[in-house]
Design a protein around this ligand. Structure first.
Ligand code: PLP
Length: 222
């Protein structure tokens, strides 16, 4: 597992200080993941509720758990007590459930709105036009248990760098629209979660504050 530590350190040291490197530990058992913690990583990403629930008790308590995959409303209750940031919110129905479960634990859970800007139909998230509509109508007071802090996306899975750049650039301008809107208090919208193993360097050029890197740290998944 020496490689995991080394790879984490290499990637981390090449990033600007201000960028949060989330180690995406999905599919890897805890013993494979722990060397990243030993190397200083505290932010870990999982795309399934079940896996996060099983792994969290096996890892040190100061790990910040990021849910980065699709979230069903009926599963929010399992992670509401400890999740650090939910990246994959795409409806007010889901926001309402997160708010309700957060309040049961006396918490306010930070969340990101996931946008769909990629070519592939399989990826989830709001379209840019749905997002603008949502932003125009959003009433934060209706969701006291959540704090919307920014946006998340997955770019197209392609070799076409021009396309990826255009998607990241669109995200950067949508974040600016969100920051400029009067819906949120000044300074609240500060997270742009985009970039994976293949494209995180590019994402940073377009303002990513959080990158989600799995295989470049842990090796390719089966
Ligand atoms: C798996 C996953 C990642 C990390 O992907 P890698 O290519 O292994 O770096 C990032 N974001 C999401 C939403 C994922 O599901």
């Amino acid at each position: 597992m020496q490689e995991v530590e080394t790879r984490y350190r290499e990637i981390k040291s090449a990033l600007p200080e201000s960028v949060c490197l989330i180690a995406v530990s999905k599919t890897y058992p805890t013993e494979h993941v722990r060397p990243a913690y030993e190397a200083g990583c505290r932010d870990f990403g999982e795309n399934r509720v079940q896996e996060m629930m099983l792994k969290a008790p096996e890892m040190p308590e100061d790990v910040r758990w990021h849910l980065i995959g699709p979230l069903q409303r009926n599963k929010v209750k399992y992670i509401a007590s400890f999740v650090h940031l939910i990246h994959s919110v795409d409806s007010n129905e889901l926001l309402a459930e997160i708010s309700k479960q957060a309040l049961k634990h006396g918490r306010v859970i930070p969340v990101l709105i996931q946008l769909h800007v990629a070519q592939e139909a399989t990826k989830s998230g709001m379209s840019p036009s749905d997002f603008r509509q949502w932003l125009a109508e959003f009433q934060p007071a209706a969701f006291p248990g959540v704090k919307v802090v920014g946006l998340m996306t997955l770019a197209s899975f392609t070799e076409d760098e021009t396309l990826i750049r255009s998607e990241f650039s669109l995200m950067q301008s949508l974040l600016k629209e969100m920051q400029a809107s009067s819906v949120f208090p000044e300074g609240q919208i500060e997270v742009l979660s985009m970039g994976m193993s293949g494209d995180y360097r590019l994402a940073i050029k377009y303002g990513a504050t959080h990158v989600r890197v799995g295989s470049s740290i842990f090796g390719s998944r089966k």
